[in-house]
Ligand binder design. Structure first.
Ligand SMILES: [Fe+2]
Ligand SMILES: [Fe+2]
Length: 242
């Protein structure tokens, strides 16, 4: 899918006010979506996982992850509020959360797999922000990235540790089988009008399908190459809005 791009550079929130309405609307959608999803993830997974963590050290690290995920929400929300977005748009109860946050978290292994894979998916989204034509979002991407990398590394380290026993390997594999098939939808529909607008304004660089294919390839290297487990087969296209 080729989309003609319009080259905009918008360096500050103040400058945004003089940008075309379509550009402003597209920026708002991205900022609100990050604010809502960071909050939904922190509420559904990171905060409840503190109770599931098996040792004081694991609890300490999980607290740090939960704190950072709430902070991500706060940062995106602050940017949205500076832009004049109605705060009600950032409430998770006013929006249906993405399907990946509807997963009923029950075990520590599931949480470790969520960090291993969902935060890896988030890293791909944040990578795209680093070149965003709206500079305040670029800057948020820069401060968020090291923390998302820490979350994915947390998942890798704890999954690696669990995989040292046969029982642990089986439990991590079961969590991957249950959770991973929901992740391709996280990248949005193959024919997304939003994504087309985001690319036209150089707010994002890649199509949803390109990101999805990149994620699946990277997840394969991680799960099959590093952990020696199996990834369920998934479709590289997705036809409904995520
Ligand atoms: Fe986050
Ligand atoms: Fe994260």
């Amino acid at each position: 899918m080729t989309t003609e791009t319009i080259h905009y550079e918008c360096k500050t929130v103040a400058e945004l006010a003089s940008m075309p309405p379509e550009y402003r609307a597209a920026v708002e959608k991205i900022v609100v979506s990050h604010a809502v999803n960071e909050l939904a993830g922190a509420q559904a997974f990171d905060e409840p996982a503190i109770a599931l963590a098996p040792t004081p050290y694991a609890k300490y690290l999980t607290c740090r992850v939960a704190m950072e995920e709430y902070h991500h929400h706060v940062r995106f929300r602050q940017l949205a509020e500076e832009m004049g977005v109605d705060p009600a748009r950032m409430e998770t109860r006013s929006r249906k959360p993405l399907s990946i946050f509807g997963f009923p978290l029950r075990t520590w292994e599931e949480f470790c797999v969520i960090k291993l894979l969902a935060d890896y998916a988030e890293i791909l989204q944040v990578e795209d922000l680093l070149q965003c034509s709206f500079h305040p979002l670029r800057n948020l991407g820069r401060v968020t990235m090291p923390e998302e990398k820490f979350h994915a590394q947390f998942g890798r380290d704890f999954c690696g540790e669990l995989c040292r026993t046969e029982d642990g390997r089986a439990r991590v594999q079961a969590a991957i089988d249950a959770y991973y098939p929901q992740l391709p939808a996280f990248f949005g529909s193959s024919r997304s009008k939003n994504n087309e607008a985001f690319r036209r304004f150089e707010l994002k660089r890649r199509t949803n399908d390109e990101m999805r294919a990149d994620f699946v390839a990277r997840a394969q290297r991680l799960v099959e190459g590093e952990l020696g487990l199996k990834l369920p087969a998934v479709s590289l296209t997705y036809e409904h809005a995520a």
